[in-house]
Design a binder for this molecule. Structure first.
Ligand SMILES: [Zn+2]
Length: 317
């Protein structure tokens, strides 16, 4: 038995509904307590439907001495009130005080406690565990949540678990860091593909498509959703890697064509590499250089456009 289970069994009347999740009724308030071990947090929540301004300030007052931003945190959602408590040293003392306060709020104040999602206060509110959402729910919210979760919402609830109860629903959270790392890896794979594709005639078109697709697709897959910031990150990566991919594939062509006309040693790869764009129009650089450049840019631009359209549709679903 862990500290949390011991604490729950010895000091509360709540019953274990599922592992690390306890529920019960404290003086009319529907209370859930969940231990989120990987975050070191205990989430204590009770239903509170249609709180008036006065009730809200009384509730805040009641918890005042046991809430500070470092160790515990009060969150008032539309139909429930939540206290997040970090399980640091001596957390049990704060925990017991918080439960006592909830007990006395239930005793003294006339707060209606119901479904955490819609606020309904019927007799049929029960604790549910639907994937990662654990809450007192009315039957219709339980059904709706279960239906929604079928569509891969589990991870999203995971990311926004502290706002999942608000009626704004489950917010979309863009995970920049994993998205950016994935896009970087996609870009490196894309560089290899770009180089290989550039070896075939007109292959630069496909090369531009492949590099762009790998960056954008990897970002969206690992960030789970792509919004404006993700688009800017991906576009930044695309410009950077496309520039170098083109420099790597076009510089040898430019140098050999120009040197073939003007004599060996006229140009060196080092002098062309970073300024290859300036040589695209060079009369002796060969027409294929400009063609390859345009094809790659066109492939990239078309892929970005297609990707933006598909992402906008996906986000609006
Ligand atoms: Zn409901």
């Amino acid at each position: 038995m862990n500290d949390f289970a011991y604490e729950m069994i010895t000091t509360t009347s709540l019953v274990e509904t599922s592992p690390d999740f306890y529920t019960g009724n404290m003086n009319g308030l529907l209370v859930t307590v969940e231990y989120i071990s990987n975050r070191g947090i205990v989430e204590i929540r009770f239903g509170a439907t249609d709180l008036s301004e006065d009730e809200m300030s009384l509730v805040c007052q009641a918890f005042r001495d046991y809430i500070d931003s470092r160790r515990s945190h009060l969150q008032i959602d539309e139909y429930s009130i939540c206290i997040l408590l970090h399980t640091e040293q001596n957390w049990q003392f704060r925990f017991r005080r918080i439960l006592e306060i909830i007990d006395s709020i239930g005793f003294k104040m006339d707060i209606h406690s119901g479904c955490y999602l819609c606020g309904e206060t019927g007799d049929d509110i029960r604790p549910y565990e639907i994937e990662s959402l654990k809450a007192f729910l009315c039957p219709s919210c339980a059904k709706r949540t279960a239906d929604d979760l079928c569509e891969n919402l589990q991870e999203k609830t995971e990311n926004s678990r502290f706002t999942a109860y608000a009626t704004t629903g489950i917010s979309d959270h863009e995970m920049y860091f994993p998205g950016t790392i994935a896009a970087l890896i996609g870009a490196l794979v894309g560089m290899v593909l770009f180089f290989l594709l550039s070896l075939i005639p007109f292959g630069h078109l496909l090369a531009g498509v492949a590099l762009t697709f790998l960056i954008f697709f990897a970002y969206r897959k690992y960030a789970e959703i792509m919004k404006v910031r993700g688009l800017l990150i991906s576009l930044g990566l695309l410009f950077f890697f496309l520039f170098f991919a083109l420099a790597i594939t076009l510089t040898p062509q430019i140098v050999s064509s120009v040197n073939a006309v003007q004599g060996a040693g006229t140009l060196t790869s080092g002098s062309v590499f970073f300024s290859f764009i300036g040589y695209l129009n060079h009369p002796d650089a060969g027409r294929s250089v400009m063609t390859d450049f345009v094809l790659a840019c066109f492939g990239a631009a078309a892929t970005v456009t297609g990707f933006i359209i598909s992402t906008a549709r996906k986000n609006n679903q």
